[in-house]
Design a protein around this ligand. Structure first.
Ligand SMILES: Nc1nc2c(ncn2[C@@H]2O[C@H](COP(=O)(O)OP(=O)(O)O)[C@@H](O)[C@H]2O)c(=O)[nH]1
Ligand SMILES: [Mg+2]
Length: 361
């Protein structure tokens, strides 16, 4: 999974990026000369993986990972421009993200106040959204023009007519300030639109980046923002400091703030739920490993995430649940209790399933 962190300049994107990844990318009040995005891949902490590793004592333990991208932008002057929130290569990178994290400033200091206005996350959200919409409009309108020109020249198929109709719906939706994700689409429509990688089609969540002093006391703002996207509140600066401490040390500070889990853990479980991801595991002496798939995917698709050969030559999946294993205490006990199953291609994999794919190539 790949998450793009976006937002207005100085909303605290890099601060949040550091908090989530434990990196030390430059955080600055003033425009920085840095242009390339910050990128980090982090393990998705999962106590189930820890438990499995304990039980199997494998040579390697591999967690699922999330990649975070922190885009660098100047002012707010429209997409693609030097000043846009997605300046330069930002826009093409952001298009490859699976999901967007919209960081909104909810902290104040006098320097930022002068350059970027008083704290107003709702206004900032509107600004960010209008840039996302604008970027998509450019693409959708261009496509409509192209298809119309083709039709005028007699290059008209039932397929191109269907696409034109669909694109006109996209344009109309964006026109009214909505996102592509709000359109009701058939499977075919969705497949067609996928290729355009519209920004407003991506699942998005808001990080409300609050001042330490107001953290947890922003219920009203949160409620307002939640009408648009799911919201998670962070005290960005504080979380960034926390991510640099040893876990035991961090815990004491977290308790003071009423935070029970690290920003990374909270964001990860939030994102999994929101984006409909689940984990399955493979276990053995060599390796205990977590894999990420979309909820609803079947055993063959799950096999394919491990290796394409496993999907192609899929025979059966040997399967038992993580909870069954913990309850029984060992794989052997799972079998004797009758909780060890053989599943076919179409079996819908559940969160926490432990799979062993039998295949033949
Ligand atoms: N008080 C406070 N300041 C913050 C917070 N997050 C970021 N800042 C400050 O805001 C400025 C911009 O932060 P940065 O992460 O570089 O923003 P970016 O431009 O969106 O990447 C820096 O001076 C940060 O120290 C926060 O949660 N609280
Ligand atoms: Mg930054």
């Amino acid at each position: 999974m790949n998450i793009g962190i976006i937002g207005l300049p100085k909303s605290g994107k890099t601060t949040i990026f550091n908090a989530l990844t434990g990196q030390e990318a430059e955080v600055a009040e003033y425009a920085s000369s840095k242009v390339e995005p910050n990128v980090a891949v982090v393990d998705v902490g999962d106590t189930r993986v820890d438990q499995l590793s304990e039980m199997y004592q494998p040579k390697k333990t591999i967690y699922a990972t999330i990649e975070f991208l922190d885009f660098v932008g100047g002012g707010s002057k429209g997409p693609g421009s030097e000043e846009g929130i997605f300046s330069g290569e930002g826009i093409s990178l952001i298009k490859s993200s699976d999901a967007l994290l919209l960081v909104l400033r909810n902290f104040s200091n006098s320097t930022l106040e002068q350059a970027h206005g008083a704290v107003d996350p709702t206004r900032d959200l509107e600004n960010v959204e209008s840039e996302l919409i604008l970027a998509d409009q450019v693409i959708a309108e261009r496509r409509v023009e192209r298809l119309e020109a083709d039709h005028k020249r007699g290059k008209k198929t039932s397929q191109s007519q269907a696409e034109l109709k669909l694109m006109q719906r996209v344009v109309a939706k964006l026109e009214e300030g909505g996102g592509v994700r709000e359109l009701e689409l058939t499977v075919d429509d969705a497949t067609l639109l996928k290729g355009f990688r519209f920004l407003t089609a991506k699942p998005a969540l808001i990080v409300l980046n609050s001042d330490e002093s107001s953290y947890g006391k922003n219920a009203e703002v949160v409620k307002r923002l939640e009408q648009r996207y799911p919201v998670i509140e962070f005290a960005g600066n504080f979380e960034m400091e926390l991510s640099r401490l040893e876990p035991e040390e961090a815990e004491a500070f977290m308790a003071d703030m009423g935070i029970t889990e690290s920003a990374r853990t909270r964001l990860t479980s939030f994102a999994y739920k929101l984006l409909g991801y689940i984990s399955f595991f493979t276990v053995g002496e060599d390796e205990v490993r977590a894999w990420t798939i979309r909820d609803g995917e079947n055993a063959q698709q799950a096999a394919g995430t491990i290796h394409t050969d496993l999907a192609k030559g899929f025979i059966r999946a040997e399967c038992f649940g993580y909870d069954d294993l913990i309850e029984a205490g060992s794989e052997k006990a799972v079998k004797s209790k009758g909780h060890f199953r053989l599943e076919g291609k179409e079996y819908r994999v559940k969160d926490g399933d432990i799979l062993n794919i039998r295949f033949n190539v």
